[in-house]
Write a protein that binds this ligand. Sequence first.
Ligand code: CP
Length: 316
Amino acid sequence: MNKELSANHLLGIKQLSAADICLIHETTVHFKKIINRNIRKVPTLRDITIVNLFFENSTRTKLSFELAEKRLSADIINFSASSSSVKKGETLVDTVKNILAMKVDIVVMRHPDPGAAMFLSEHIDARIVNAGDGTHEHPTQALLDSFSIREALGNDELIDIAGKKVVIVGDIMHSRVALSNIFCLQKLGAEVMVCGPATLIPKHIESLGVKVTHDLKKALNWCDVANMLRVQLERQEMKLFPSLREYSMLYGLNKTLLDSLDKEIVVMHPGPINRGVEITSEVADSEQSVILEQVQNGVAVRMAVLYLLASKLRQG
Ligand code: CP
């Protein structure tokens, strides 16, 4: 197995190799043990300063990165665009150059524009971690989702998921989680299907090597794992389906549907959940759901990513 990442930044899953993903997962196993012991903090990143730049709302990703950084003993600065000089017209590059003048090593950034993390990596001298760039990629979400799948299908052992079947259901069109998951799962050898109304599935998505269906029951009977995505109403410029009620009738996962399947499947959701729309409370809180396991794994995955990037940084 590789001992270091091939990339200097985490811009997207597209830039990672299968060996990089496996290295991050193996490192995650180590950090998951640490965050579950009595003393959950290690001094690993005490010489490293990290800024969390959030230009868009977040609960899980922001808290998860912050906690990961604290568990690793990094020095951290938190920046929220809504209370910054961005409001006075300062550009992204100027904002970040000013922050870097204060000697920051790693920038974790969420931004509404696709490509923002890549743009930043080309203009500033720091390691960049993409915490979600618009509708483009959300690499740490895909890394924690695929880690959770490997664990759930292996009954807590990290198994090889080559040949396993994962369906991603819902608003594929506006989802950075979907694109990063497709790249990540395929690199690990899994088969991927997307399912949702035609208006929420990009026209040429088959060219990425995924199967497409508009029939939820068919998709669920095919898969080992169903990842139920949130309908991103805030990114939809026009009405793409008649009503949330109709959406939930056709594409929502409820207990009756889950119990009618030929086999037990693993149910996932990246959050935030719209209970009663893409998933009912009964399913979200059921034994088959690994939603809170995903959240716990998110901290360990982010510790692994930051540790591996900092190791490369120290080598120069
Ligand atoms: N899954 C996820 O990215 O959630 P947040 O938007 O709350 O960070």
